[in-house]
Design a protein around this ligand. Structure first.
Ligand code: HEM
Length: 134
């Protein structure tokens, strides 16, 4: 059967925002070496512009995530589902905090550490989201 219209809107917004937050980070990381070698100053400009897309997407993820919990009440789910949700919420916090620290970091090591943490935790949140959607 087809999903109801409200489910299509709810999950499309959640997945679109995840595509920007997760896919954008991975794509930007892949483009940075090529941009740096041709126009070093453009890396910071591209990163700043991406953050103006990524943070609104993160806010949409939080908002539609709460909407998901209203539509799919955790109290009616299995223990395994609830455990996956708890893990996902902790990883979402890590994803946001590490992205913010990555943005503020100045040393090469700190930029690499928080950038990798941000990309990996965002990907882990996506995988757990797919698990929750069943
Ligand atoms: C980095 C942030 C997040 C990412 C990347 C993410 C990603 C995803 C993805 C890819 C899905 C699967 C959608 C599908 O296959 O139809 C999903 C589902 C879900 N997400 Fe998120 N999500 C994030 C944040 C949140 C937050 C903050 C919450 C709760 C407050 C949340 C709650 C849920 C729930 C309950 C589902 C299952 C929805 C359903 O079965 O209808 N997500 N998420």
């Amino acid at each position: 059967v087809l999903a109801p219209a409200t489910t299509i809107v709810r999950l499309s917004l959640h997945v679109l925002a995840a595509a920007i937050w997760v896919g954008g980070q991975l794509t930007l990381a892949g483009l940075v070496p090529a941009v740096r070698s041709s126009a070093p100053g453009a890396v910071a400009i591209a990163a700043r512009r991406f953050s103006q897309l990524a943070w609104p997407a993160f806010v949409v993820l939080l908002g539609t995530g709460i909407w998901n919990l209203v539509a799919v009440p955790p109290s009616k789910q299995t223990n395994a589902w609830q455990a996956a949700l708890a893990a996902k919420l902790a990883i979402v916090v890590l994803s946001g905090v590490s992205a913010a620290l990555h943005q503020r970091a100045r040393g090469r090591r700190a930029i690499a550490l928080w950038g990798a943490t941000s990309g990996l935790s965002a990907t882990a949140a996506l995988v757990l989201g797919v698990a929750l959607a069943g």
